[in-house]
Design a protein around this ligand. Structure first.
Ligand SMILES: Cc1cc2nc3c(=O)[nH]c(=O)nc-3n(C[C@H](O)[C@H](O)[C@H](O)COP(=O)(O)OP(=O)(O)OC[C@H]3O[C@@H](n4cnc5c(N)ncnc54)[C@H](O)[C@@H]3O)c2cc1C
Length: 452
């Protein structure tokens, strides 16, 4: 298929210049006739109309940090790339309302850098640097969900170009936080991987910048104790708790091996089976009513020691940046360990622990050359269940069998989600079809089955 790109809009056609837009984070590599880079909402609509008129499929792409292969073109070589990276015409800060109307092509780091002089930030925290459009499309979660929630909780309004032949522009929601005059249509475009439209602007909620933090790495006495510790912290410090991230020994070992500059805080370098990053933070400091957070953290963890069955074995206090450096090094460390088959799972919090406990022996028995290098956000039930193949080739047939096995257990046995915060793409579309998008026939067959 040959099609001229839309006239008057910046386009790349040279394969060397396109390369960065065609390569995904997890090694996906594709071809495309061109990358088109609109700079305004109107230009996005012009592009969508032009592509629709010529029946040309396209993929919307922001920072291309997505982990399910959905931000790069498919294998046909016919999909255009609609890059939102030049869509940066709007940055309207409303200080009184603590909100920002921003074009989809701004990166999270740039938004926060510009906001810092006003003492504000967009409270989604993660180890990559996405753009706002991609964050809306995937409904990014991140490490501080337990305090601030996900992108969905922080989006007030959206501007969207519909993926239809007339490329209608919709303005959904507004900076008004309290508004119940009808359905909240913007939700159709949050966490739906760009299927229904291209996000061109968002109005987002901002939070006061954190002024004080305290962090520790806690060694739980066993996996079930993690949940008791979490409940204890939530009860005792309430919304001061801003992160509760667990890390398996295998994931931490690979992070230390991959990043030798990381300091290993454990006594004698002996990495425990599981460790939890606990963070307390707040947007005020030094007020007469503020006990220093280091003291709060130490005393609340000391209390946990006294609880029945002592959920804590050890607690290591340190500078929050150093502690977070370990957490943020896990993804790259695991990726460097060997062929990686990664799952982005979501459960109720108790089921995270049950799932991990059940899967370790099952995987060892059925897939002996697999190492579980998992970590996750226990506060919100997110589990990055990373499996590294330690021996033999990672053939497509092996990967499919392993994926089917893990996802079936997660969804059918533990009532979980196969896409917690990374969206839907080639890596998990099969399970979308199997578990989410059931045909009416399948639904009817299932209903009959349950009646039997
Ligand atoms: C090291 C690392 C750590 C990560 N940690 C986390 C984490 O803790 N939590 C988390 O949730 N994710 C995490 N991610 C995944 C990823 O960064 C997020 O999913 C991110 O929000 C994707 O944004 P992006 O701008 O890169 O979007 P892209 O990767 O470009 O696109 C992602 C999806 O959104 C669609 N899309 C992009 N822009 C638009 C638009 N304007 N309108 C409509 N659809 C669009 C794409 O078609 C694709 O389906 C991590 C990734 C890496 C590499």
């Amino acid at each position: 298929m040959t099609l001229d790109p839309p006239a008057g809009i910046r386009t790349i056609t040279d394969p060397r210049d396109m390369a960065g837009y065609l390569q995904g984070v997890r090694g996906e590599c594709a071809q495309s006739p061109f990358v088109v880079m609109p700079t305004t909402t109107k230009e996005v609509a012009d592009c969508v109309r032009h592509l629709a008129a010529h029946n040309m499929p396209f993929v919307a792409q922001s920072a291309n940090t997505g982990l399910v292969g959905a931000s790069v073109p498919d294998a046909t070589g016919h999909q255009a790339v609609l890059s939102l990276s030049k869509l940066r015409d709007v940055f309207d800060l409303d200080l009184a309302n603590r909100s920002l109307r921003v074009s989809a092509g701004f990166r999270l780091s740039e938004i926060n850098a510009r906001l810092s002089q006003h003492g504000l930030f967009f409270p989604i925290d993660l180890g990559s640097d996405p753009m706002i459009g991609g964050m809306v499309a995937t409904n990014t979660g991140g490490g501080r969900f337990v305090r601030y929630g996900d992108v969905r909780r922080n989006v007030l309004g959206l501007t969207v170009v519909l993926k239809s032949s007339d490329a209608e522009i919709l303005h959904l929601g507004s900076a008004v936080r309290k508004n119940n005059t009808g359905p909240d249509w913007k939700q159709n475009y949050i966490g739906t991987s760009g299927w229904f439209g291209v996000v061109t602007q968002a109005i987002i909620n901002l939070e006061p910048v954190v002024q004080e933090q305290a962090a520790a790495i806690v060694v739980p006495s066993n996996d079930a104790a993690m949940l008791r510790l979490l409940q204890h912290l939530e009860t005792r410090v309430g919304s001061l708790l801003s992160a509760f991230e667990f890390m398996s020994r295998a994931a931490m070992s690979h992070a230390f091996a991959h990043a030798p500059a990381l300091s290993n805080p454990f006594a004698g370098g002996d990495i425990p089976q599981t460790a939890v990053l606990v963070e307390l933070s707040r947007a005020t400091t030094g007020a007469p009513w503020d006990t220093p957070l280091d003291e709060v953290l130490q005393s609340v963890l000391a209390e946990a020691w006294e609880l029945q069955g002592a959920p804590i074995q050890d607690a290591l206090f340190g500078r929050p940046e150093e502690i977070w450096a370990l957490r943020h090094a896990l993804s790259e460390g695991v990726k460097s360990a060997g062929p990686l088959i990664a799952f982005d799972l979501g459960f109720t919090r108790d089921k995270v622990i049950a799932f991990r406990g059940a899967m370790a022996p099952r995987l060892a028995a059925k897939f002996p050359h697999i190492e579980i290098c998992d970590f996750g956000h226990l506060g919100d039930g997110g589990l990055h269940f990373n499996l590294v193949k330690t021996d033999g080739p990672n053939t497509p047939a092996f990967e499919t069998e392993l994926r089917d096995f893990v996802v079936a257990a997660a969804v059918q046995e533990f009532g979980g989600s196969y896409s917690a915060e990374h969206g839907i793409g080639p890596k998990n579309i099969k399970y979308f079809r199997q578990f989410t998008e059931m045909s009416p026939q399948t639904r009817r067959a299932q209903a009959l089955k349950f009646q039997e």
